[in-house]
Unconditional design. Structure first.
Lengths: 333, 333
């Protein structure tokens, strides 16, 4: 026998409307009453048939999050921020993963769109133009996290220029002029080419030039960091005195490669990283880093949607970052 | 105007059934045809109304995955394994997070159950008995990953006794008899108390006793590992010669605390870890570890569901683990 909302309401001696509000976490009610109703619903085996209700009301209480399959650790931090804001509002989070196979991509977006999510959050994704075009015809809010995709999609992100400029400025203030960018420096994706461009621009603003030879790597991996100084350059005669790692893992790779070759950090090379996750505290020496507030990015993005303040007009919200000075930069002034 | 399957079929000059099979990745068709149909569907802005179709056919092509909000890194590895097997079969993965707030837990399971997923995968979850009881009345397959929850729910996991016994045996073979268990050693959750029990049992089988004082910590964190030797014991007179870390992060915490106190690993303390993720290679010294095959756990679990081989009978599938010897154990024989 299927247990209906009416059955639960009768057992709880409340109106169907009240019970509905409680079970969907909408509107006001006392926590004691809510707890009692949830217990009754649970004991009776009631589960609201959300799909049917969605179709009827044309309004879903779920939001979708799309995460790249190969992602860095910060995805977890963003999801925690999204989760917090989501459960607090009675929405539900449906997360899907995305690889770079085109057929799978279609499938993944179908999953979300056809389950009528109220919004789609793209988590540090570089998605193809055709897919973006199709998403934007669906008239559901789309918010990009940690990256600005184009001139239409709203974004919540660190200010990428400030991220890079803070690190360059810090290194220059310690006397460094030959600075390498190591990690994901390829020109084929939006995110990495923006970082590369910002690096060149910041160096220029500091009256410094960048050599092409000072870019190394195509991804944010530990291995790329390790190989940069062991294979990319002569570890006994590095042409730069400082390196900016595009992610924490890259920085740890550089540190380990130097340590394994009996070169000490920061004496033989100064290293700073972008992201500032726990790894930078676990490294020896601990790494100077520009820390992004990922949980806050998630919370702000979700609240933007909940407060219904995403409209056709693009909004870019910058979440402040913080330079954390530790032990991986040598003052050579 | 809503674009229907029929519209796409007409534009592609194919039957509705063929187009349906292609867009849901079911049945056989040439990759050239499939590509053409997907392109046409995309250009026309067609998205299958999955919710409506699900209600009609009572069969969903999605599976749900429930992940604890505070999870260790291995969740990503399992999800990758699940993802691979899922996209290959035309199913879709819907991931939800779970914290330990009871109201949120109800909400999270509602999200999946009411969206009629074909199966629910519980990823290293210790869920309350009432919720488990309710889940099992839903007559959808439930599979627990990395942990055996009770005598009814099927599980794909490493053999937890072998995991612990392999490490104890390795340490004993190197002459260690005073061995600590550090990390999540609390008795209040299923997973941690099983590990604790297995440790005691394995020690007993090696004719060794375990002292209560040799258990430290209530979680799998880096901080717990670090504090164990700095606060839990006198770092200058550790009462044990070897420590088993219940997770890689815990092991790195122990290594860093020892290094920071100018004690070298393995000379002052031997350390081994459970899990064997990349962190164990990034540590200096690199850590001896029992490596779990998380991606394989995900793949096997998903294939179990796809091949429709989960029945009422409980199945426990053990995925082999591997001892990887590195530089963190001293031979004191």
């Amino acid at each position: 026998m299927v247990v209906t909302l009416k059955d639960v309401a009768q057992a709880a001696n409340l109106s169907v409307a009240s019970v509905s509000r409680i079970l969907t976490n909408r509107g006001r009610y006392s926590e004691t009453t809510a707890k009692r109703v949830r217990e009754i619903a649970r004991e009776m085996g009631y589960f609201k048939n959300q799909s049917a209700a969605d179709l009827a009301s044309k309004k879903s209480r779920a939001v979708g999050v799309v995460v790249p399959l190969i992602h860095t650790n910060f995805a977890d931090e963003i999801i925690k921020g999204l989760y917090e804001a989501t459960v607090a509002s009675g929405y539900e989070l449906l997360i899907t993963y995305l690889d770079d196979n085109e057929a799978h991509q279609t499938q993944v977006f179908n999953t979300l769109l056809t389950r009528q999510v109220g919004a789609v959050f793209l988590l540090s994704l570089d998605i193809p133009a055709w897919m973006m075009a199709q998403l934007t015809t669906q008239s559901i809010p789309i918010i990009s996290l940690t990256t600005i995709l184009n001139e239409h999609i709203s974004a919540v992100t660190s200010n990428e220029f400030i991220v890079m400029d803070t690190l360059v400025d810090h290194l220059v203030s310690k006397g460094h002029t030959n600075i390498a960018l190591i990690g994901d420096t390829k020109l084929t994706t939006n995110i990495s080419s923006v970082r590369r461009r910002n690096f060149i621009e910041s160096m220029k603003q500091h009256q410094l030039t960048t050599e092409n030879a000072f870019f190394y790597g195509n991804d944010h991996s530990y291995e790329t960091g390790y190989q940069s100084v062991t294979e990319g350059y002569d570890i006994n005669a590095l042409p730069f005195t400082a390196a900016i790692a595009t992610a924490d893992l890259v920085g740890v790779g550089i540190v380990n490669a130097m340590n394994d070759a009996n070169k000490s950090i920061p004496n033989s090379l100064s290293v700073v990283t972008i992201d500032g996750l726990q790894l930078t505290e676990m490294s020896r020496p601990q790494l100077t880093t520009i820390q992004q507030n990922f949980a806050e990015i998630g919370r702000i993005a979700m609240n933007l949607f909940i407060e219904n303040s995403i409209d056709q007009q693009q909004q870019i919200i910058y979440v402040p970052t913080k330079l954390i000075e530790r032990d991986s930069v040598l003052d050579i002034k």
